[in-house]
Design a protein around this ligand. Sequence first.
Ligand code: ZN
Length: 681
Amino acid sequence: MEDMEIDGTEAQPYVLIETGNLPITVGNRPIYTNGRYISKSTPTPLKSTKTGVVYDRRMRYHANIHEDEHHPEDPSRISSIQSMFKAAGCLEKMIPINAREVTKDEVRLVHTDEHWDFVAKTSALSEAQLGKVADDYNSIYVNKETALSARLSCGGVIELCKAVARGDVTNGFANVRPPGHHAEINEPMGFCFFNNVAVAAQCLKRDLKIEKVFILDWDIHHGNGTQKAFYNDPNVVYCSIHRYDNANFYPGDPQAGHTHVGNGPAKGKTINIPWPRPGMRDSDYIYAFNKVVMPIAYEFDPDIVIVSAGFDAAEGDPIGENHVTPAAFGHMTHMLKSLAAGKLVLALEGGYNLDSISNSALACVKVLLGEHPAKLGPIKPSQECVETIYQVIRVQSRYWSCLKPIYIDSAEEKVPGKLVIDIMDMVKLFRTRYLFSKLKMVPAPLAPERLANRFTDLLSSLYNDALFLLFSNDLHCKDVIIFFVHDIADTCATSNLTNLATSYMSDSVYQYIETIINQSYGIVDVDVPPPTNDTQKTDLHDLKDLLIFLWDHFVEYANPKKVVIIGAGRGCRSLMHCINDRDTMIMRFTACVIMVPGNNDPVPTIAKKGDIVNWYYENSLVLLPENHSVWTKKGVKKDSGKCISVKGLNNMSIHDKLHILRQDIIDYFLQRLTDFIPPRQ
Ligand SMILES: [Zn+2]
C-alpha cells in the first residue's frame, strides 16, 4: 500500500476499488496500484442499521382469569415497554415486523404433538377447567386467549429472527409475551407455553440453512426448556447467566449448575453461569461477559445471536433481587452486536417491575439503533462472581481454547502409573526445603495419633513430617516467639500457570520470617491445613484442636518471655478459638495479636466475657479494608479487637495485603515487644 498515489490536494472523498490487474487511468494520471485504484467517484453510503420491532396487542389477551389477583406476568408488561419506545422516539426509527401465529409444523421442531394439541384445546375450556389446568402445571395461568397469545409470541420471534437472518433488518427487539424459555418439550411451565427462542432457532436452521446459533439467556431464571432443546446440538450454544442459589432458586433444577455442559458432540455448547446468591450487580455481569460469554462467542463464531432477554435481573425487580442497571444491559447488547456481523435479536422473557423492564429494554433498543451504551463506572466484580466464573472456566476450558489453562480433573487423571501432583503440595514441599536452607526452619513431626491421622497427608507421610508446621531452630532458647497462623493458599500467590516456564510463585510470609529470624526471635509458622470434604464444623473443631496442641507443645513449652500472635486469612478464625481456649496463658505472655482477615470473612471475636475482652481490645490490631462489612454496623464492639480501616486494601488478596502492610506490621510488633513487660516467673 506504500506506493499508492493519493491526490491529497483535493477534498473529495476517495473510494478504494478492487480492479484485478487492469491498468486504470483517470485523465492522464494512472492512479492504480497493486490491482487497486483510488477513485474520486461518489462513495457508496455506509450501510445503515435497521432495527426491527415485534409487537401485537393480541399478546395482551393472555391474562389471569382471576382479575382481582395480580400476577407478575401481567399484560401491561409489553404495552409499557412499547410506550417507552414510543415516548423515547425510538419506535419511529424502528421497522415493524408483524407477528403471526406459529404453525404446528414449526412448534413441532421443539415440542411434541401432544403439547401443541394441549395448548390449542385450552381456548375451548370452561373457566373451571382453565383453573384446573393452571393448578395441574408448574407456575402458569391460562385463559381462553392464551393459545392465541402464545402462538403470536412464538411466531413473532420467528419472523424477527428470519428478518434479521435474511438481512431485511440488521437486528431487532421482539416485545412479546407469554415468555418461552421455561416451556418444556411436553409441558408449559413458569409462565411459558411455547419456547419462542428455541423454536425460532430451529426454524432458522431448517428454513434458512443458518448453521450456528448463539443463544444468550440473561433472564434471572435458568432457561431449562432451551437448555434441554439443544443439549445434544453442537451447532447451537446455549449460554445462561442466572440466579441459582445452589438449586434453590426457580426453576430449582440442579441441571442449571455449571457442570452441565451438553452431551456427546455438544459438550461445551451449554454454558451455565449460576450466581450463588441474589444481589449481583453490573460488574458481575460485565465480568462474566468479558471472561466467558464473549471469548466463547468469538470462538464459536455464530451466524446469528438470539438473546432470551428477560429483565428480571434488573435493579428493582421484585423476583430477581439483582441490581443490573439499564447501562449494563446496553453494554451487554453492545458486546453481542459485535458478533455475527451484527445479526442480533433480543426476545423478551421475564421481568416484573414495569419501570425496570421499560428502562432496560429502552437501553438495549437504543444500542440496537446505533447509540453508544451509557458509561458504567469501574468494573469491580464481587468475590462470589469471580469464584463462579473461575468454576465455569475450570469446567468449560476442556471445550474452548480461549479458556486456558486447561483444568485437570485430579480424580480422572490420577490413574495408576501416571504422576499427578497437587501444585499446593509442590509449593509446601518447596517452601519447607527453602525455609530450611535459607533460614534453618525445620518441619515438625506431629505426635498425637488422632491429629496425625487427621492432618498428615500423603506428602507429609513421605517425609515423616507435617509440612504445614515449621519452626525456627533452637526455639526453646528464644525469649520471643512469633506464632504466625496462615493458609498458604492465601499467602502464596502464583502467576497464571498456562506455561510453567514463565510462571512464578511468591510467598508473602517469607519476609516476615526473615525479619523475625534476623532479630533472633523464634517463630512457629503454621500453614492451616485445607478443609476436608467433611462438614466445615468438624474442620473448625479439628483446627482448633490442632492450634491448641501447637500452642501448648511448641510455643508455651519453649517457655518464651514474650509472644506475638499473627493470623492471616483463614488462620484468623482458628486462631481465635485457640486464644479463647488458652486465654490465661495467652494474656500473660502475649505482647500483641495482629489479624489480617479476608475481605469477606467476618471479624473473629473473643467468645469469653470479662478481662479477656478488654485485654484483647488493648493489645490487638485488626487490619481491614475500608469496604469491609464490619464498618456498616453501628460501632464495632470491643470483642472484635482494635479494628483499623486501612486505605487501599479494598478487594486486595491476603498475599498482597501482607506484602503492603509488612513494614507497618513489623514496626508495630517490634514496638509492642519493646514496651511489653512480661510477668515474673
Ligand atoms: Zn425469569
